[in-house]
Design a protein around this ligand. Structure first.
Ligand SMILES: NC(=O)c1ccc[n+]([C@@H]2O[C@H](COP(=O)([O-])OP(=O)(O)OC[C@H]3O[C@@H](n4cnc5c(N)ncnc54)[C@H](OP(=O)(O)O)[C@@H]3O)[C@@H](O)[C@H]2O)c1
Length: 241
């Protein structure tokens, strides 16, 4: 069984300037983690940092993470290695919805490309670039995602495809870590329907807010158990009436 070294707990959360990422950063911070904000806009990053620091959270700083731009991701990994060599947790949260208003027959190729580029390829590139550091620190990678299984209630092609690819990445990496005895852990979490900008701040029955989801996510990460290769569902997808 893998063991994880006890060391100063530092987490990089991508897309932490708002939405679920902000909720995760906040509740990890409240539970004692030192937080690095992953964001792609200085003003939005600074605003989140101020808000987190105002409630006593230890924010190490922010790094520029633009998932659609490989050079930014390589630079972000370099910066993290230099400034925060104690990193033990990467939360791959940043993501985009793609066009959720069309069925598969009307989905534009550029929408599929962009959504896959951000949600899968960018997430993969950042994960790969940070893997050596996380391995050295016996760290963890947590992906924020949706199930690969197709829900009867809700199934936008570009989004679901991009997340299914990301889920496959998680499964493959977890299998390899286990088979090779690599001191690294990866698992995925489906937060369930959450009221954020991603869905136009929908607040239907069955939806939760970022506080609830952020707190539950931090609780899961802090539960002291190994979740290698797991797909953890915090809340299920519901029928939107
Ligand atoms: N909301 C839900 O119901 C729900 C359910 C299941 C899973 N999720 C997943 O949860 C994660 C967070 O979503 P959310 O609902 O919190 O959405 P959100 O409020 O729209 O936040 C998305 C975050 O991702 C960042 N982002 C977007 N495009 C990016 C890019 N190209 N490069 C880097 N960062 C980028 C955004 O930064 P900017 O502010 O700069 O745009 C923002 O920080 C996503 O992966 C989503 O798929 C959400």
């Amino acid at each position: 069984m893998l063991t994880f070294k006890k060391m100063k707990k530092t987490a990089l959360v991508t897309g932490a300037n708002k939405g679920i990422g902000f909720g995760i950063a906040k509740h990890l911070g409240l539970s004692g983690w030192r937080i690095i904000i992953g964001a792609r806009c200085p003003e939005r990053a600074e605003k989140a940092i101020k808000e987190l620091q105002s409630i006593g959270i230890d924010v190490a700083g922010w790094v520029n993470v633009e998932l659609a731009d490989e050079s930014t991701l390589q630079q972000a990994a370099k910066e993290v290695n230099e400034k925060y060599p104690e990193l033990t947790l990467l939360v791959n949260n940043a993501g985009i919805p793609g066009d959720m208003s069309v069925d598969s027959g009307h989905t534009e190729l550029c929408d599929i490309r962009e959504t896959v580029e951000v949600n899968f390829i960018g997430t993969f590139m950042l994960t790969q670039a940070l893997m050596p550091l996380l391995e050295k620190n016996h760290g963890r990678i947590v992906n924020v995602t949706v199930p690969s299984e197709i829900s009867p209630y809700w199934h936008p092609l570009a989004y679901v495809t991009s997340k299914a690819a990301q889920n496959a990445m998680m499964g493959v990496m977890a299998m390899e870590f286990q088979q090779k005895g690599t001191p690294l852990e990866i698992f995925s979490v489906h937060p369930g329907p959450t009221t954020t900008d991603l869905n136009g701040n929908m607040a239907l029955p069955g939806f939760h807010d970022i506080e609830t989801v952020g707190a539950k996510m931090a609780e899961l990460i802090n539960d002291g158990r190994i979740h290698q290769g797991e797909f953890v569902e915090l809340y299920p997808i519901v029928k939107e009436d």
